[in-house]
Design a protein around this ligand. Structure first.
Ligand code: AMP
Ligand code: ZN
Length: 489
């Protein structure tokens, strides 16, 4: 069983051989924290969470770096007023770093709801300004970047003349690009329109800026990822991931920067996750065609007929392969919910099933089934195929319960272990019933708060009623110096 991964660079499925034995370095471009993440963003991060979990399950020792983009020049149009953090801070009347904090917290909360594991390192762009300045200096020294009016640009033409291959990832013919855009040369501070900012000069009113050899400014977005990935994973590492839309120019530029600085291609396997669509259109903030995760979970939206638990959303997302487009719809969500419930029911049965001793013939070959599950995982992390195999086991489990199938006790134990591992560890699904405990906690906090309000308003009849009624249910409220707590009897 060898793991094969589709590499966007070669456009082929390749056998995965990590650079350093069993250790895997994986970098995934993180969010730009100037607004709430939408469900499309969640899909991409979830796909890489599934890949991370799969690698760990397959026995790899993974260092998983996912950054936070909390500064940086995000567009190539040269307009400093387009800094998204500054724009949003004006809109919300907050400091740019307050914007960063607010949406970083939101990002973490959202991902936790969907049961994503935290990365092992989560660096921020603002924490790596010095590294970015150093890389920029290095590229200038190597003749691959030039200063212009306080900004520094990567010289794509010089890079290609020195053996670089700008366009290799996105399969763009750079000579054609040059030929078609030559007449624009000289119209702005760049030598060529393809050149991209490594460092951008800040205007006096710009708030997020740092001192550099080229004056006050701020780093380019592409350079952030090169600085953080090479710092924590080395000049060359195994896996780099992100959404399909980041392939060009972002990842193309990362390759050019890495090769320019270190002479080696920075990444062995480039993985790109496909888009989440709604009404057949890519989900995106800028077009307004998006739904926030919380709107789907709470049911407060005009698109879905009912609320959906985050783990059902997760199940729905993983029913599509990470390289396929997924269109989110009410019908598909309802079907996923039913499928998820059946899966959970089968696990309940599996964990309590007793062998009847009646010899029924078995059509289920555990070894063969196990092989098929691992083949799916090893075939470019094929979650939908893995899930379809899990449902073969689900049918078998229900038949087992009805005495229509049989299994040896050793096989039964192995089936339990494997099903639980695939469902909870690899797919990262959660048992809703077990999680209802936290719902109970939230509900009790609400009741405690209402009781406090009643006491403040000297409505002791109501406050006592809340306490006594809860006690009848076996829930005892305890008033202490730190506030009120409860004990479940
Ligand atoms: P951003 O914060 O805009 O850099 O986006 C964070 C991640 O979400 C990137 O990897 C994007 O490629 C990804 N992304 C953006 N829109 C979608 C979408 N509609 N479906 C899936 N992934 C998306
Ligand atoms: Zn990136």
């Amino acid at each position: 069983m060898q793991l094969k991964i589709y590499n966007s660079l070669s456009a082929e499925k390749e056998i995965f051989t990590p650079i350093n034995g069993n250790k895997v370095g994986m970098y995934v471009c993180g969010p730009t924290v100037y607004s709430n993440v939408h469900l499309g963003n969640v899909r991409t991060f979830m796909n890489f969470d599934f890949i991370y979990r799969s690698l760990k399950h397959l026995g790899y020792d993974v260092r998983y770096v996912r950054n936070i983009t909390d500064a940086g020049h995000l567009t190539d149009d040269g307009d400093v007023n387009n800094d998204r953090f500054v724009k949003q801070s004006r809109l919300e009347k907050l400091e740019p770093m307050e914007i960063v904090q607010k949406y970083t917290v939101d990002f973490h909360k959202v991902l936790e709801k969907f049961n994503l594991l935290p990365p092992t390192i989560e660096p921020t762009a603002t924490g790596h300004i010095i590294e970015q300045i150093e890389l920029t200096k290095d590229l200038i020294e190597k003749g691959l970047a030039y200063e212009s009016n306080g900004s520094v640009y990567f010289d794509v033409r010089a890079y290609n003349e020195k053996g670089g291959n700008y366009g290799e990832l996105s399969k763009r013919n750079i000579d054609e690009l040059f030929a078609n855009t030559r007449d624009l040369d000289g119209q702005n501070e760049k030598k060529n329109p393809q050149d991209f900012a490594l460092w951008k000069k800040a205007s006096p009113e710009h708030i997020m800026k740092w001192i550099s050899p080229w004056g006050e400014g701020f780093p380019g977005w592409h350079l952030e990822c090169t600085a953080m990935s090479t710092k924590y994973l080395g000049e060359q590492f195994d896996i780099h991931g992100g959404g399909m839309d980041l392939k060009f120019p972002h990842h193309e530029c990362e390759i050019a920067q890495g090769k320019g600085c270190n002479g080696v291609s920075p990444v062995k396997y480039w993985l790109h996750a496909n888009m989440l669509t709604m009404n057949g259109q890519r989900m995106s903030k800028s077009t307004g065609n998006y739904i926030l995760p919380q709107q789907l979970i709470s049911g407060e939206n005009d698109f879905f007929e009912k609320p959906f638990h985050p783990t059902v959303v997760r199940f729905n997302f993983l029913q599509a392969h990470y390289r396929s487009v997924l269109d989110i719809s009410n019908e598909a969500m309802l079907a996923s919910e039913k499928g998820f419930q059946r899966l959970m029911e089968s696990l309940k049965v599996l964990n309590t099933v007793t062998l009847s001793g009646v010899e029924a013939s078995s059509s289920f070959d555990l070894k063969e089934w196990k092989q098929k599950c691992y083949d799916a995982l090893n075939d470019d992390f094929n979650s939908p195929i893995l899930i379809s195999h899990l449902f073969e086991a689900v049918s078998f489990i229900f038949k087992l319960k009805d005495g229509k199938e049989s299994i040896s006790s050793e096989d039964l134990e192995e089936l339990k272990t494997l099903m639980n591992a695939f469902v909870f560890d690899v797919l990262g699904l959660q048992n809703i019933e077990e999680n209802n405990n936290s719902k109970l906690d939230q509900t009790l906090q609400v009741l405690i708060e209402l009781r406090n309000q009643a006491r403040k308003a000297k409505n002791f009849e109501l406050s006592d009623q809340i306490r006594d009624k809860l006690l009848e249910q076996g829930i005892e409220l305890k008033d202490g110096r730190e506030g009120t707590s409860y004990v479940l009897n």
